[in-house]
Ligand binder design. Structure first.
Ligand code: 2HG
Ligand code: ZN
Length: 472
């Protein structure tokens, strides 16, 4: 059956690169969640939009499901192929297609890495400002599919703000040209924005027009040690009022311990419960002085215990590593990840309750808090004890996530800030979106992909009885 299907696909699109080796199925069938056993039908690696369209048409006719695939650095199972799906990898479609200096628009294929996009923008003296640690391997198409956020959101917002246009292949294999780089376009529903964050369930992004912007002024990085969780938001408010911040990230002593064990350099002789990595404009001596002054006031007020301002680019990179190296340093502990958001104003009240909840719920597990506190996004990673079976661990964490989801609901927050819903957070979607909204999402999905070819089982199920993909 499988080989008949694949022979047919190869016959229909003779120039298509297909991979079926066991190692390839394993490699392309998973993302960074490592929870599901990869079991794709095969991997298709198209080299053109026409090939993508032909694959989708073929898949629809044969009732084969497609999992669109970028760099698979996702943390919610959105790119997992564990049910005999055809993985459609965009990795060979990774070129710059053009740059328009008037519009400051860079047009790229979806398989380009974020880092390559950054490089291409720099060649024109501009930047593409969305940035985060997985930049070297994640793809711009995947960033669009999850509306990726990252470390510069407090200044630049999410991926959504930078997408001028998209070319998308629909579930029928049609090529949609969405928004075409227009700044103003008040002509009805904005399908470009609908595609952003739809996790490959409404269409396959094949090309993107990205708005670029001016490089920021010279900046500097400061690491602060804090005595308490409560001081975090006060320090943020204080610094935001005095400096021009481009990042405000936090981590706990537990996160620091892991990242240092993984090779980063410990910043202070002593340890403290909380740390902040913040980046601020430091072009002029007065901006540098303002940073120093703000730090001294915080020290006097007891809101920070210690701090260091980078004296070189190498030192700035070393401070950033303390924050950006966390995910990699935790990977071997098979963490259960939470990626939650609340309004900044709701943060103090939410944090107080969430801390109590998680301390009670996880007395025996190591819990690692870090994230983009400046935009209300926390990453809470629960580490699997080495002796515990993974399925039992996930089961236990899922139980606690239900409580966390309830708390988020009470505080008007979201169960996914930037990683997406995928398979991991599918059972909790209703804590963030109303039944009416989920019903509308189903209707939209039905309209754009009536045969259910694109990434089925991700985000939500077509009907609310199925639970495909939930079992670890
Ligand atoms: C980050 O902010 C990423 O570093 C990953 O969103 C977060 O590993 C995580 O939970
Ligand atoms: Zn993050």
């Amino acid at each position: 059956m499988t080989s008949d299907l694949l022979s047919d696909l190869a016959a229909q699109i003779p120039e298509l690169l297909l991979k079926t080796e066991a190692a390839d199925l394993e490699f392309y069938g998973r993302d960074w969640t490592r929870r599901w056993k990869p079991a794709p039908l095969a991997i298709a690696l198209p080299s053109s939009v026409e090939q993508v369209q032909a694959i989708v048409r073929w898949a629809k006719a044969q009732a084969v499901s497609i999992v669109p695939s970028g760099g698979r650095t996702g943390l919610s199972g959105g790119a997992v192929a564990a049910q005999g799906e055809l993985v459609l990898s965009l990795e060979r479609m990774n070129r710059v297609l053009g740059f328009d200096a008037h519009d400051r628009i860079l047009t790229v294929q979806a398989g380009m890495t974020l880092e390559a996009v950054h490089g291409a923008a720099r060649e024109h003296g501009l930047i593409y400002p969305v940035d985060f640690a997985a930049r070297g391997s994640c793809s711009i198409g995947g960033n669009i599919a999850t509306n990726a956020g990252g470390i510069r959101v407090i200044r630049y917002g999410n991926t959504r703000n930078w997408i001028a246009g998209l070319r998308v292949v629909s579930g029928d294999g049609e090529l949609l040209e969405l928004n075409r780089g227009l700044v103003k376009n008040s002509s009805g529903y904005d399908f470009r924005q609908l595609m952003i964050g739809s996790e490959g369930t409404l269409g396959i992004v094949v090309e993107a027009q990205l708005w670029l912007t001016d490089p920021p002024p010279e900046s500097n990085v400061m690491l602060l040690a804090l005595p308490s969780f409560e001081s975090l938001m006060q320090v943020f408010g204080h610094l935001r009022a005095r400096l021009s911040l481009s990042a405000f990230e936090f981590l706990t002593d537990v996160a620091l311990k892991h990242v240092v064990a993984h090779g980063a350099q410990a910043p202070f002789a002593d340890t403290y419960p909380y740390y902040v990595v913040t980046e601020f404009d430091a072009e002029s001596p007065s901006q540098q002085e303002a940073a120093l002054g703000a730090f001294e006031v915080l020290l006097e007020q007891g809101l920070v215990c210690d701090g260091v301002i980078a004296q070189s680019d190498a030192q700035a990179a070393a401070l950033w590593r303390l924050r950006e190296g966390i995910t990699e340093s935790l990977a071997r502990h098979l963490p259960y990840k939470n990626d939650i958001a609340v309004r900044i104003g709701a943060m103090p009240a939410f944090l107080a309750e969430a801390q109590v909840l998680l301390t009670q719920a996880y007395p025996h597990f190591e819990v690692v808090w870090f994230g983009h506190i400046g935009d209300g996004n926390l990453h809470i990673n629960v580490l699997k004890p080495t002796t515990m079976d993974n399925a039992d661990f996930v089961h236990e964490c899922s139980r606690v996530t239900e409580l966390l989801a309830k708390l988020l609901h009470q505080h008007g927050g979201s169960i996914s800030a930037e990683h997406g819903i995928g398979l991991v957070k599918k059972p909790y979607l209703a804590s963030t979106r109303s039944e009416t909204e989920i019903g509308m999402m189903r209707a939209i999905r039905q309209a754009l992909d009536p045969a259910g070819t694109l990434n089925p089982g991700k985000l939500f199920d077509r009907d609310n009885t199925a639970t495909q993909g939930e079992t670890p």
